[in-house]
Design a protein. Structure first.
Lengths: 371, 300
């Protein structure tokens, strides 16, 4: 690559109008993106082209047109060399149930070219790093989903790759397991010095883990920017309070009070990541750091009990569904449109013109409610 | 040295070890990965490196396969016979049911599991290509069958030498037997892997392989018997082309000095024998081609 003068400027993955067409669908459509070392999130709905991109990057599927390089190697010519220094963690289950994690990971290490003794040593190290201890000698059939995900991550790391491709690593995990996995992914870069490309359909997850986020939809690049840009546009706070005798409907009282304080508030019937919520949860747009204080003080003034106050996870759909939502089924969104002027920030970096739809993107929490 | 210093030293060591270490050693690449897959599959075919339960079937079948040879040898040594009661080339034909069971149980184990538990995509995310996977699995299955069928021949041979039978005779017979079971191993491995690779369900794979081997053999022997009864000895040797084990029988009858187990012992002559060899090699190559086609599509 041209710009590989310093470590800082090395591009880990570079694609140049990369397209992949199948007889009936276009999986990737002239995708050009450069990914620098660090943790990069690849976000897209199902069928957005994430898996196709990973396949091409591993040199397993030829592109219809365009070029792509991984670690400076051409995917069309050096697939085998790329796969030697890249780790891959698939989205689906891939562990035979009747062998132990140790045996499985040793085998995968050897499949990556590590000599037997090195394979055993690295397996012990890697399994410890992902947090698997005594249970690694037991057959994997008895593992919990969290443990299985750790083994899958371990097999991707065991040969000390320079880049790992993680396909939906938090799939199927409970909130605690998800947080642990995200922490682990962060450590893969900070402690191990391995670059990470991680796919997800939950933008909120990636906000906390990634330095950079790439959003693709329908095989097209929708947005590629540093995580902080995203966070500004999408931060909101879920607040749940108790009812008291003074305020028999505490949620309503809080909403009124927060409205008066100048904050944008919507009810959330359901968390964006699919966990069922209740009518008692309010979503507050975070305008600045002071928003947290305002919310806290307002609740204290009302004398309500605070059940929870947490960063709400945004679904990536909120960003790219904006176009469809405006004219389609989400009529209730219209009611949010006037009170969410800042939401039009969200599609800033998008290639498509967003128009009034931008507002509905932000009000999606409410929309899910209504649906 | 005061004890505190020692523990501090140790603690420092422990903390030091927890850090991530990079790997700077050699990466042995594609050919090594293919060999690793071969040895893992071969070991797996005897349940090694797998659960205790999965060792039972292959080990039991291996024992059943060797037991008659051991008995024959014991009898031969005790009774001082002047030749072994069984030809080397005949042994595998006699025990074809055991070989069939072993093939049916281990071929799906080798490939259906990878499909079912979706381990195949993981392999293809490593330096190997689809071809390496097919070659490694094919070679491992053929080798495991060769061990299964060759071991009793070795017992017979060692026993024959201990019984002081003619060295040249025995060595020739043993070599012919080994060539015959090597061909048998390749043929059975190819056919059974093609069938097993069609389904991720192990049970289906087992049933399909057993069905293919027994039904074809049953049909061929029945038709041969009918033809023989009606005095048509001509077609008998041709009919043998339609089942794997009778193909081996035909080839070794024509070229490896074996006595045919066809009705009336009318195995193929040299001319028909060439057709047998062609069919045999065609089937082996065809299985390889079909497997390649199958795995080129599997991908991630």
């Amino acid at each position: 690559m041209a710009d590989t003068t310093t470590v800082e400027h090395v591009t880990v993955i570079a694609t140049e109008s990369l397209s992949k067409r199948f007889p009936r669908v276009t999986a990737l459509d002239r995708l050009s993106v450069d990914i620098a070392p660090g943790v990069t999130g690849l976000v897209g709905a199902n069928g957005a082209g994430k898996s196709t991109l990973i396949k091409i990057l591993l040199g397993l599927s030829p592109a219809s047109e365009g070029r792509a390089s991984v670690l400076g190697l051409d995917v069309a010519k050096d697939g085998s060399a790329i796969r030697e220094s890249v780790g891959y963690m698939p989205e689906h289950d891939c562990l035979p149930p009747d062998v132990s994690a140790t045996e499985f990971v040793v085998h995968m290490a050897r499949m990556s070219g590590l000599p037997p003794s090195a394979a055993r040593e690295r397996t012990a190290d890697t399994l410890r790093h992902v947090g698997l201890y005594e249970e690694r000698y037991r057959p994997m059939g008895g593992y919990s989903t969290g443990m299985k995900q750790r083994v899958k991550l371990a097999q991707a790391l065991v040969h000390d790759p320079r880049l790992v491709l993680l396909d939906e690593p938090t799939n199927g995990l409970d909130p605690v397991g998800r947080d642990e996995m995200l922490g682990l992914i962060r450590r893969v870069h900070t402690d191990f010095g391995i670059s990470v490309l991680v796919t997800s359909h939950l933008l909120g997850e990636l906000e906390r883990t990634c330095d950079h986020v790439v959003v693709i939809d329908g095989g097209k690049l929708l947005r590629s920017s540093s995580t902080s840009d995203f966070t500004q546009a999408t931060a909101s706070l879920a607040v749940e309070v108790t009812d008291t005798t003074d305020h028999p409907d505490g949620t309503k009282a809080l909403r009124t009070a927060l409205d008066r304080a100048g904050l944008t508030v919507q009810p959330a019937g359901r968390d964006a990541d699919g966990t069922p919520g209740s009518d008692h949860v309010l979503l507050v747009d975070v305008a600045s750091e002071e928003t947290y204080d305002t919310v806290r003080d307002t609740i204290a003034d009302l004398g309500l009990g605070l059940v929870r106050m947490e960063q709400r996870r945004h679904r990536i759909a909120e960003i790219f569904r904006s176009d469809d939502d405006a004219d389609a089924s989400h009529a209730p969104d219209a009611s949010h449109a006037p009170d969410a002027p800042d939401a039009s920030n969200a599609p800033d970096g998008m290639t498509k013109p967003a128009g009034p739809a931008g507002a509905s993107a932000h009000g999606n929490g409410g929309a899910v409610d209504a649906a | 040295m005061p004890p505190e210093t020692v523990t501090q030293q140790q603690r420092a060591d422990v903390i030091h070890n927890i850090g991530y270490r990079h790997y700077d050693g050699p990466r042995l690449g594609r050919a090594y990965a293919r060999r690793s897959l071969f040895s893992q599959s071969l070991r797996g075919a005897y349940g090694l490196g797998r659960s205790a339960k999965s060792k039972v079937a292959p080990m039991l079948l291996f024992a059943v396969m060797c037991a008659p040879a051991a008995i024959i040898v014991a009898v031969a040594i005790a009774t001082k016979v002047d030749k072994l009661p069984v030809e080397y080339t005949r042994y595998a034909i006699m025990l074809q049911a055991v070989i069939g069971l072993y093939t049916a149980s281990q071929a799906p184990q080798s490939v259906s599991r990878d499909l079912r538990f979706k381990t195949v995509p993981l392999y293809f995310s490593r330096p190997i290509e689809a071809m390496d996977y097919v070659v490694a699995k094919f070679a491992a299955m053929a080798s495991s069958l060769f061990i299964l069928t060759g071991a009793p021949l070795l017992i017979l041979y060692v026993g024959a030498l201990l019984a002081k039978l003619d060295f040249a005779d025995q060595t020739k017979g043993f070599a012919q037997g080994l060539i015959s079971v090597a061909l048998l191993s390749l043929l059975f491995a190819g056919i059974s892997l093609v069938v097993a690779a069609l389904t991720p369900r192990r049970g289906f794979g087992v049933a399909a392989v057993i069905a293919l081997l027994t039904i074809s053999y049953g049909a061929v022997s029945a038709v041969q018997a009918i033809a023989w009864d009606q005095g048509n000895s001509g077609p008998v040797s041709w009919i043998g082309l339609f089942s794997p084990i009778t193909i081996i029988d035909g080839v070794q009858t024509a070229f490896l000095g074996a006595t045919s187990s066809f009705p009336g012992g009318v195995g193929p002559g040299t001319g028909t024998g060439f057709v047998y060899v062609l069919v045999l090699l065609g089937l082996i190559a065809g299985s390889y081609g079909l497997l390649m086609r199958r795995y080129r599509k599997v991908g991630l």
